[in-house]
Design a protein around this ligand. Sequence first.
Ligand SMILES: [Fe+2]
Ligand SMILES: [Fe+2]
Length: 308
Amino acid sequence: MNAIDKTMHSYARCVETSKRVRWDINKDVIQGRRFDTAHKFLPDGLSLADAFTTLSDDEKRFVSQIQGRTYANIFGLVERFINAKVLELSHDHWFGDQVALEALVRFSDEELKHQALFRRIDAMIGEVLPPGYRFDIDPNGVAHAVLGKSTWAVLGLTLDIELFTQLHYRQSIDPDTNLSELFRDVFLYHWKEESQHAILDELEWTRHDAGLTAEQRDKAVDELIELVAAVDGILKAQAKSDAAYFAAACGRAVDAAEAQAIEAAFLKAYRWQYIHSGVQHPHFGKVLSSLITEQQGQRIQAALATLQ
Ligand SMILES: [Fe+2]
Ligand SMILES: [Fe+2]
C-alpha cells in the first residue's frame, strides 16, 4: 500500500467507524436519567481528589461535581474552535478526495452534537447543585483568538485535546462504585466518536505540515506554545471561580490559607485534565516529534515545565 492509499484507507476507516458508533444524546447518553449528588461526576484520577488535602470525603465529592460541570463547559468551549477549524480544512478536499471530505463533515457534525450534549449536561448539573456556579469565558471569543493562530498550531492543540478524551475515558472505567453512571456514559459515548477525530487530526496535521517551510513551522511551534499558555489562562480563571464557588457553597467557613490551597488544587487538576494528560499521551509525543526538530521539542518542553 503506498502512502496515498494508506491515507485514503484511514479517512475511509474513520467514516466507516463513525457510522457504526453513531449515538443519540437522549436515547443513548441521557436515557431519561438525572444527576444524583450522592455520586461523583469525575473519577478521582481526573479530579485529583488526593490533592484536596483539607477536605472531607463528602467535600471531595462536591469538588468532583463542580469539576464535572466545568468539564462540560470546557469541552463546549474547545469544540467551538475545533469545529470551525475542521470546516475550514474541509475546503482543501472540496474538489479532491470525497471520502476525506465526508470524514471531516461527519467530524464537524459530531462536534456540533457534542456541544449540544455538553450544554445539556451543564444545565442538568445546574439543577442539582447549589446556585452560584459561574463559567464566564465566552467560547466565541476564545475561538476567534485561537483561530488567529496558524493552522499547524491549532491542529497541534486539537490533537492534544482529542487524545486526552481517550485517557479520560480510561480513567472513568476504573472500578469506582461511587461514580455517576450517567457521567460514565458521557465519557464512554464521547470517547467513541473522539477516537476518529484524533486520527483525522493527525492525518490533517501531517498533510498540512508537508506544505510548510522550516521557517513557517518554527513560527508555528511558538504559536502552539502561546495557545497552551492561553488555555492555561482559562484554567487559572476557572480554578479561581470554582474554588470561590466551593467555599461559598460547602456549608462551613474556609479561611484564606485553605481557600488558596483549594484554588491551587483545582488548578493542578485542570492542568492535568486539559494540558498534561494529552501532552503526555505517547501517541501525541510520537506525532509531534516526527514533525519538529529536537531544539523545537525542547522549547515546547520548557514551556510545559512552567505549568506545574
Ligand atoms: Fe467532542
Ligand atoms: Fe472531537
